[in-house]
Design a protein around this ligand. Structure first.
Ligand code: PRP
Ligand code: MN
Ligand code: MG
Length: 178
């Protein structure tokens, strides 16, 4: 797959180290609480798997899948739930796990939606944050890395559904897009 990679932006080693740090911090913050990790499919699947194993308290895990109406590259802000949570989250402490925050539209909607279901708290943990692209302000509680406004793939993040299985975060060569 190296043929498709332009530049590695976050290496495997750096991801691993940062995920471990986030896990330690989350463990501290949620000691004695009923923490439920909510991973947002599909992008967050790989981060969720690693993050969960770096947390040292018993947690529950569930997943949601959402799709934004309209075309695929430009978020519209109207989000449709494609796969919902399996259980009620009333009274629970929810940590939404995302791979990347771009415009913030997905997480803006989801935080609102989960808060309205009576969760005790709703926080956000994202591996990557692209603040330059933000349209909606979302409070990021746990953040892996801030990255510039460049198209990235890997560690769960896709281009046209591919490259999620790259073990690091990278940009793609121009010829991939053409
Ligand atoms: C990507 C990414 C986030 C969202 C961020 O998901 O995984 O969920 O977009 O964009 P936003 O901040 O502008 O809302 P995508 O919709 O591509 O689905 P996927 O996770 O299945 O790839
Ligand atoms: Mn996603
Ligand atoms: Mg995607």
């Amino acid at each position: 797959m190296k043929d498709f990679v332009k530049e590695v932006l976050v290496s495997e080693e750096n991801i691993e180290k940062r995920v471990r740090e986030l896990g330690i911090q989350i463990t501290e913050d949620y000691k004695g609480k009923d923490l439920m990790l909510v991973g947002i499919l599909k992008g967050a699947a790989i981060f969720m798997a690693d993050l969960a194993r770096s947390i040292d308290i018993p947690v529950t895990m569930d997943f949601m899948a959402v799709s934004s109406y309209g075309n695929t590259t430009q978020s519209s802000g109207v989000v449709r739930i494609v796969k919902d949570l399996d259980t009620s989250i009333e009274g629970k402490d929810i940590l939404i796990v995302e791979d990347i925050i771009d415009t913030g539209l997905t997480l803006g909607y989801l935080t609102d939606n989960l808060t309205k279901r009576g969760a005790r708290s709703v926080r956000i943990c994202t591996l990557l944050d692209k603040p330059e692209r933000r349209k909606v302000n979302v409070p990021v509680d746990y953040r892996g890395f801030i990255i510039p406004d460049e198209f990235v793939v890997g560690y769960g993040i896709d281009y046209a559904e591919k490259y999620r299985n790259l073990p690091y975060i990278s940009s793609l060569k121009e010829e991939v897009y053409s």
